[in-house]
Write a protein that binds this ligand. Sequence first.
Ligand code: EPZ
Length: 417
Amino acid sequence: MDKIQITGGNELYGEVKISGAKNAALPLIASSILVNGKTCFSNVPDLMDITSIKLLLEDLGASCRTLKGCLEVDGSSINKAEAEYDLVRKMRASILVLGPLVARFGHAKVSLPGGCAIGARPVNMHLSGLAALGASISIEHGYIEAKAKRLIGNDIYFDMPTVTGTENLMMAASLAKGTSVLRNAAREPEIVALADALTKMGAKINGAGTAIITIEGVKKLSPVDIKIIPDRIETGTFMVACAATGGDILIKGCEPKHIGGIINKLKATGTIVSTFKDSVRIVGKKPIKSVDIKTLPYPGFPTDMQAQFMTLMTIAKGNTMIHESIFENRFVHANELLRMGADIAISQGNIAMVRGVKTLQAAPVMASDLRASASLVIAGLIARGTTVISRVYHMDRGYEAIEKKFSLLGADIKRIN
Ligand code: EPZ
């Protein structure tokens, strides 16, 4: 199994290009199920999760091929509406095929995704939303079965904003008979990107990016070409890394409008942040000021940036309170940071108190989930000595060639196996 070896202490200088967003690409690729034809995706990141969803679509009978840098998915050959456990367990976001399959074929059998390191990750809101659209739902032997002759538009109320729940139901409602209204919908940029793509295919959607999304169902959707938006979490990861190591980097091909919550907090640490049309410049400044954060649905500070920001706060001047309000177990990375000399106390499960220390010490550490692995890379870049991170397959799920990108910025980092 691969590991990442980092010898810390180098400041970061130069330019880095951001890849397409994993969390935009996954629902967009799933939306090709809705179309009886070839949908072409450009700027698709080369990630394990993208491989996983391609394998899942091919198992359903779709054909996927890469043509001149575009991923072409032909939904016309889909002949199966069952997403097997073995494929779904590799990637929870496979649940995103449920809505499109029911909408296009009238039935679907999808393995329950199960939980992961950061939490139980239930899908009850996906299922109650589909039931509101008239689907009959049953759960047997670990599989969800959903059936509906044709989905019927309805009002759907989410108990709390759910990103993939909003995406699943927006896709399902696009082919329903009549109008649906999603209330308390998630507002992430990835939702807007999906709504834009569905609209290009012929869907009638209003309000994406707000808490109330109205979808007027249509009979069919047409194949289109879609460009994946930049990855705002990869952008934030490089911003925090430069703030932590010091240095001066230009992050290119990003969307500054999508990272306001991150910029706001980073500026409060004293880091110099300058934004341009499709790039952002970061100049690290010492001492790093401690800044409390609470993770929130978009446009609040993203939970997917909490682990990376915690690493930055381990060497800030003062104490930081970090409140993880989205997932119930998203502090697993703290145990590894403690082994590197950080001073962190976790209380009531969702609150971490981080007391700043002078620096971190290199140590062998283990990644537990995608964003925890990024926080350990940043810790390795800071720490005195050589850090080795194991289980980097977690990182390969969501970061494209991250060690190459950091190496080009002057980090002493390489993949070993
Ligand atoms: C998406 O996950 C992202 N994944 C996650 O990114 C991200 O952390 C999360 O949104 C929050 O922003 C993709 O987009 C593929 P939710 P999702 O439904 O949709 C609860 C990464 O690192 N909930 O918005 O699964 C849930 O337990 C990943 O790239 C229910 O209770 O998250 C959580 O507490 C990690 N019932 C909250 O809602 C449901 O039916 C928000 O979860 C659905 C969710």
